[in-house]
Design a binder for this molecule. Structure first.
Ligand SMILES: Cc1ncc(COP(=O)(O)O)c(C=O)c1O
Length: 394
């Protein structure tokens, strides 16, 4: 054991990041195709990339910027929040991605020992953010067995009966890992329950533009609500690391506390990335929806690939870039199935146990162009047919 015993419990007792394990698996299987990582296949708008290419020599790019984000970007985001999200009483802090935004929020709103609420299947990184900040009492609520919508009755009961009252409830809309969206009336009900109980509600809107079949994403606002957003998926900016927090302007001291956290983690989001974000916004939401609309083809390819699992096994996919599938009853050890699929069928997905639901898998339909997705889905279909018919044969 040696010095291992001297490592912080906050780190040691935090889950291992599933994406790191999956990347290791991918590296170990030559020729494997990935339906695992939550990424999109496109790059940022060309006109935006062209503009930042010319910016690298500008001295301001190499300096620190304002902790809360460069003024031009914050101004553009406040306008966007007003016009698109109907958020009119929110202030903005730009972060190095939505994951960092979430950690900022947990550090700003929760103390070690507080309890918090999430819904299964949950976003693994949010779970880890709680664990590593000492918020180890994580109450995981159920989703509706058919729709996977967060169970608001359970939430009402839990917030009423748990003493002390949980500090924060978080949802992802539309969801990772399920791709389930939360209809506005349900989101409002969740918000009312939180407000009543005196509890924060944190909504992760990373996939706000990723809605299909005519469904519409909506945001809500209140003095107990924080909204988180990301440039990663919409604008293909995963590696540039830009996200933002919309927090209630009317809550005294909220911004000041957030700044303490921000100043000790990134200081500010990368300046060139913020400039790219600004120019990407200029390309407009039409640019984003134009990219997103083609994903329905990938989704239908993967729905077909998952069909060997039988009727009712596949859920979600109304939004985001994910389908959520239940494996046959006996495969609770879903990582075993994931490894088997990788080694025997050269296709990689995410085990549901990483999201609090053993016996499931998450499949991403965002990372591959249609042809590559067709190829991957053929492998997945073959693999699942074999799994259902013969088991994990070698
Ligand atoms: C729900 C959710 N939130 C946050 C993130 C991370 O986004 P970012 O790259 O902006 O940190 C992801 C990425 O997969 C996500 O799915």
């Amino acid at each position: 054991m040696g010095s291992y015993g001297m490592l912080a419990r906050r780190a040691v007792e935090t889950e291992t990041p599933i994406m790191v394990e999956i990347q290791k698996l991918l590296r170990g299987v030559k020729g494997a195709v990935s339906l695992a990582q939550g990424v999109v296949y496109w790059q940022p708008p060309k006109q935006a990339l062209d503009k930042v290419r010319d910016l690298v020599w500008e001295p301001s790019i190499s300096r620190y910027g304002a902790d809360e984000g460069i003024p031009e970007l914050r101004e553009a985001l406040i306008k966007k929040l007003h016009q698109e999200n109907k958020l009119t009483r929110s202030s903005v802090m730009v972060t190095a991605g939505a994951n960092q935004a979430f950690v900022n929020i947990v550090l700003t709103l929760c103390d070690a020992g507080d309890s918090v609420v999430m819904f299964a299947p949950y976003y693994f990184n949010a779970y880890m953010s709680f664990q590593m900040t000492g918020v180890t009492s994580i109450l995981v609520g159920p989703g509706d067995p058919k729709t996977l919508y967060p169970d608001a009755d359970w939430l009402e009961r839990t917030l009423r009966e748990t003493k002390p009252t949980p500090k924060l409830v978080t949802v992802v809309n539309p969801g990772n890992p399920s791709g389930t969206y939360i209809p506005e009336p349900l989101l409002k009900r969740i918000s009312d329950i939180c407000r009543h109980a005196g509890c924060w509600l944190v909504v992760d809107n990373t996939y706000e533009y990723f809605m299909y079949d005519g469904l519409k994403h909506s945001c809500i606002e209140g003095d107990h609500i924080v909204n988180i957003f990301s440039f990663s998926k919409a604008y293909g900016m995963m590696g540039w690391r830009v996200g933002y927090i919309a927090y209630p302007s009317d809550v005294d001291g909220f911004g000041a506390q957030l700044l303490k956290v921000q100043d000790n983690i990134p200081i500010c989001a990368s300046i060139i990335s913020q400039r790219l974000a600004l120019h990407s916004l200029e390309a407009g939401t039409e640019w984003v929806t134009d990219q997103v609309k083609d994903l329905v083809k990938n989704r239908s390819l993967l729905l077909d690939a998952l069909s060997p699992l039988g009727e009712g096994a596949v859920k979600g996919g109304e939004g985001a870039i994910y389908l959520w599938a239940k494996l046959p009853e006996k495969y609770l050890e879903d990582f075993e199935v994931v490894r088997w699929l990788a080694h025997r069928h050269e296709v990689v997905v995410i085990p549901g146990s990483a999201c609090g639901c053993p016996g499931h898998v998450r499949v991403s339909f965002g990372g591959l162009r249609e042809d590559a997705c067709r190829f991957a889905s053929e492998r997945l279909r073959k693999g699942l047919e074999e799994l259902v018919r013969d088991g994990m044969v070698s």
